[in-house]
Design a protein around this ligand. Sequence first.
Ligand SMILES: [Zn+2]
Length: 296
Amino acid sequence: MRIRLCAMFAFVFFLFVAAQAQNDRVTEMAPGVFVWHGDPAQRQPANCTWVIFKDYVLVIDANFPWGAREILSKIKATTNKPIRFVFDTHYHSDHTFGNSVFTDAGASIICSEACAEELRTKGAKGFQSWNDAAYPLTGVRFEPATITFTDGMVFDDGTHRVEITKVGPGHSKGDAVAWLPKEKILVTGDLCVTWSDGNNVADADADHENWLRALDRMDKWDVKTVIPGHGAPATKGALRAQRDYLADMLAKVRAGKQSGKSADQLATEIDLSKHGNLAANKAGNATSIKAMYRKL
Ligand SMILES: [Zn+2]
């Protein structure tokens, strides 16, 4: 009897811990503003933010389909308002391949015109050539954007205001960010990350110099909280840390190339350890250094 009670207690405790872990993936950053924390271990690396307006929900970044399905259920646990818009910060797979999960739920996909063009070309190609048996793209389709903007657009119903601004090219050609001036929350997409894998700087249309300018531009805004593309939400300091890391890498790659060194040499030689967590993934740094080298 005692053993059975212990087993039952252990099971109930397990359920409790599991429920806590589930809840821990969603944080209400401000009234009506939620973030779902990405998890690279489940191949759901990108964060997702949603804002509950009076009549609808605006979602920022669609994740992969398997992430999008979970996000959808989490959004529905926070509101019964319709998910009307999904803003993709940029076209990369981990932020857009779940688009059709949201359009099937009634949403329209929004991104900058430059991002929409990247989605139709590089994005569609990546979707068609997807080849990962562990994470198949079954039950979903490639979904382009149907609402686009050149420089920006604003959602404002008096309760919330979300200003979307194209600040790219940087991480890709069409990067745009979402700024919530009332809550002083900035959703950056992959222009800023806080995880230990650094940035992917290898997009064919990445513009590393303009990326730095974009970070400088956002640094002038009255930001209190940064919700990065990947990693935990942080203070405004994340923008500066990101800038320092990328600027240092770019300067060292440029100087090394000018002195006649090869990309492989620089990938082993360049020391970015002073940037701590951002530079923790040595293999990731090497990939980025080689990608920068090719562009210079
Ligand atoms: Zn990403």
